[in-house]
Design a protein around this ligand. Sequence first.
Ligand code: ADP
Length: 256
Amino acid sequence: VSVTVSPLFDPQGNIIGLSKIARDITERKLEENRKSDFIGMASHELKTPVTSLAAIIQVANAKLKHSDDPFLASAMDKAHKQVKRMTSMINGFLNVSRLESGKIYIDKQAFNLDELIAETISETVLTVSSHRINFESAGPVQVYADQEKIGSVLSNLLSNAVKYSPKGKVIDVQCRVMDGQAQVSVQDEGMGIKPGDIGHVFDRYYRVNNPHTQHISGFGIGLYLSAEIIHRHDGRIWVESASGVGSAFYFSIPLT
Ligand code: ADP
């Protein structure tokens, strides 16, 4: 049962009582779990054929890169990009399933967070030429964390900054040490997030639905997974945003 309690005021603004609304959320939770189970099973089944398709396309793409037929070369390049997108979507869904069945493990090691950020930015700019990404770091920031999973949080925040801001805009990334924690921010000059949506963007399958976002593809799992990863590092993740101005996503994790 979900309970919402709100104060009741008299005309002078004094609290004279409380209103309490109780809702039965069992059915909604069951429905959500059924949806999640189905997505998990479907992704599991898709994983093998898509992985072999990706391998075949990768080889064909490498062979046809210098083909005399420009149509063939460009078609294979597009197929390669699309199959990579499919693979990352399927992996995202599988990660949600694994997370919910307690099968995501945090495997910590010491590494330099600033170097990981620089690498992730380089990987992003290989496929994205529409935005300029600036990176500012206060020197080496060594952390003890799961490098691969923190890398996936970074690429998610970067790809969102690209997806939700117009071409030609700047994305600023910073890495610093604050109060014994490593803190990273990814700031964009995009559409921003309205106050009513801010509290939900880290929820599973939540997507903002407005005319600006309707044509942008996604499933609302990137920030949910990112938040889970950061929480499992005893860290914090949050966003500051102004509609029409831009968003800044932050996360902090303990140094050791
Ligand atoms: P997806 O992008 O696949 O929908 P996410 O979980 O990554 O899923 O994000 C959830 C929602 O939060 C998005 O649908 C979008 O509406 C909003 N959002 C995320 N990042 C940004 C951003 N940088 N600027 C504006 N809105 C954002």
